[in-house]
Design a protein around this ligand. Structure first.
Ligand SMILES: Nc1nc2c(c(=O)[nH]1)N[C@@H](CN(C=O)c1ccc(C(=O)N[C@@H](CCC(=O)O)C(=O)O)cc1)CN2
Ligand SMILES: NCC(=O)N[C@@H]1O[C@H](COP(=O)([O-])[O-])[C@@H](O)[C@H]1O
Length: 212
């Protein structure tokens, strides 16, 4: 993994959000509690595809720079993708983390950040990819589901899997209740995975991710 140290050997993270930002908060808390050096990474900016979300407010309360890149402000989806890539690039990240970022990125973004763009998804991939992983798993009637942290490729939730966490489905679950229990596991998993990637480095061998 290429290194652009912020402090010592810590990696630079840009986090992308679209909603409440509790996964972002878990990363912020881990860096604050453990310290940049011990955690191995520092969040240098937070980006979003929309205004007025709690995820951006969390970043602002932490004193972090934020940016918003909205599809509707660009003539084409490709122009939006290139603008998002440029906005992220301004912060020279080593890793980009999609923490509830609800937009599919395209060629330009992946040309820059392929192999360095981590997503967290609220289902056990390859089952139930897409924007409604929790709803789809519940509708299918699965008895266990969970979350997947993976590298992003040019498919939708098809990239190499880094780690997964399992959550049991309860008879009384609705989408909101199940998603909240998944997010409890997901936040811990994301913090652990991002820290390990940052501290140890990694390589991607086909579909296998090897953390060194
Ligand atoms: N090229 C990729 N981009 C992204 C991936 C990915 O695997 N490949 N993962 C996402 C996150 N994601 C689920 O984990 C996800 C997000 C959004 C969608 C989706 O259908 N988005 C629609 C808009 C929905 C909305 O705005 O509410 C869209 O992009 O037009 C599917 C999966 C991060 N990006
Ligand atoms: N397919 C993408 C997707 O569904 N992402 C999901 O959005 C939630 C964001 O929560 P948060 O804003 O509280 O971190 C998370 O559960 C994340 O996996």
């Amino acid at each position: 993994m290429a290194a652009k140290p912020v402090a010592g050997s810590a990696r630079r993270l840009v986090v992308l959000v679209s909603g409440s930002g509790t996964n972002l908060q878990a990363l912020l808390d881990a860096v604050a509690t453990e310290g940049v050096e011990a955690y191995g990474a520092e969040i240098v900016a937070v980006g979003a595809d929309r205004d007025g979300i709690e995820g951006l407010a969390r970043a602002e309360r932490s004193g972090l720079p934020t940016f918003v890149c909205r599809v509707k402000d660009h003539a084409t989806r490709e122009e939006w993708d290139a603008a998002l890539a440029a906005a992220v690039a301004a912060y020279e990240p080593d890793l980009v983390v999609s923490a509830g970022f609800m937009k599919i990125v395209g060629k330009e973004f992946l040309a820059r950040y392929g192999g360095r763009f981590v997503n967290t998804h609220p289902a056990l991939l390859p089952s139930f990819p897409g924007a409604h992983g929790v709803r789809d798993a519940l509708a299918y009637g699965v008895k266990v589901t969970g979350c997947t942290v993976h590298f992003v490729d040019d498919g939708v939730d098809t990239g190499p899997i880094i780690a997964q966490g399992v959550v049991e489905v309860r008879d009384e679950d609705d989408e909101g209740a199940l998603h909240e229990r998944i997010k409890e596991v997901e936040r811990r998993l994301l913090v652990e995975v991002v820290g390990r990637l940052a501290r140890n480095g990694y390589r991607i061998e086909g579909r296998k991710v090897v953390i060194q």
